[in-house]
Design a protein around this ligand. Sequence first.
Ligand code: ADP
Ligand code: MG
Length: 461
Amino acid sequence: MNTDIVWSNLLNELKDELSSLAYTTWFDDTKLEKIDNGIAYIVVPMPIHKKHLHDFYGEMISSKLNKITNSNYELKFYLQEELEDDDEITLLGEDNNSNEVDTYLKENDNVNNNLIKKYTFENFVVGNSNKFASTAALSVAENPGKIYNPFFVYGNSGLGKTHLMHAIGNYIVEHSNKRVLYITSEQFKDDIIKVYKKDDNGTNFNYIEFFKNKYRNIDVLLIDDIQFLGGASKSQEEFFHTFNNLYNNNKQIIISSDRSPNDLKLLEDRLKTRFTEGLSVNIYPPDFNLKKEILIKKIKAGDFEGDIPDDVLDYIANNIGPDVRSLEGAVTRLLAYSAMWGAKQITLDLAIDALTDFVNKGMGEKNNIQRIQRIVAEYFQISVEDIRSKKRNSNISNPRQIAMYLCRTMTDESFPRIGIEFGGKDHSTVMHSVEKIEKEIKANRDLANQIEKLKKDISTV
Ligand code: ADP
Ligand code: MG
């Protein structure tokens, strides 16, 4: 049986039945590797797919597969690496709950959920740096309260945390009748202050009731920028109770922060512990390609009025950052500048003029993962795409490992960040490559010389 054909038939059917968002998130980059002994082995791109496909699409896949092949198979999901490492394949426990789907009638209650409608999954552009976060976010949105609770998103400012939170909220509101509330931790603090401010009779029953209604009669709480809750101990206390109340009733809690739960210095340990009980995901700064894609998508969507040529987009993506908010700021500034000068069209010269104050001075040099990739690729006469690819033949994978080693030793970039710039590899792959090259240099004179030469090329501008 040709597994590729079987799988592509199955995918074609799924494509018709699922929303394009669900289809691309869960079925892009999947493959039926083999069918063996009554078991269908399906390769998936990320660990999160294993559980999600098993729990929520398992029956659908099984029934289609059985129809196409006329026999019954058990499904096993695993990652490509698990196969390549020859390690034991980590399979899913069998204790998963049923595939029950909420069939709520959509009814419109007029609760103010504070959601910003324009932030959706559809206009959140996915790249290597945010793929895990956005996939997990969709998974939560599809199954609130069921899989990852609490769901904790963290990362530096301007990388899309708030956008993703609203996307989750909007998705849930659209697909169920669950009551959603989005607030910032500062709004929460304000509410707490009102609760504790006693009126003339020394009581504040009205506000206590209001507070309870607001925070306990909901199904999904999104709380943004939790780092600002820090320090205010009454707020933490109340948040702890609110959290427990919701959590114990299987209500979904979604939290964002500029740092990981463990790095939230002013937060009480018991809150940190609760935060780490679910799933925490990190959003990293976008790479060049993602920056450009985001800009193109925003221009297409009409977020910016004006025609921006490709070389100008390249210039912006190369020189502005590292976050998305400053990219948007740069484009706004460029358009204002061009209008101010009555420019007929936007050119690279105009952009350079307009953005002098915006350009992150160090960035050209600092962002030298790309530079190292280019120099190493030239040296070995392969392409930068090859270096960033998943190809495993040694004339490509050796230079790739050398490039990773050089990135790690010649820049301040972290393992995860390097992984992202190498086509979205896991940080453990980068670590492994760096260690391997370190070891080999000691034993292999030729390699040591090559690396010396490359280091020289990289340090000379
Ligand atoms: P954060 O909350 O992490 O500080 P925001 O969610 O406010 O960042 O994002 C800042 C801006 O960047 C918003 O306009 C948001 O729409 C945009 N943005 C960030 N990441 C993306 C993305 N992947 N696709 C589209 N827009 C994005
Ligand atoms: Mg934010």
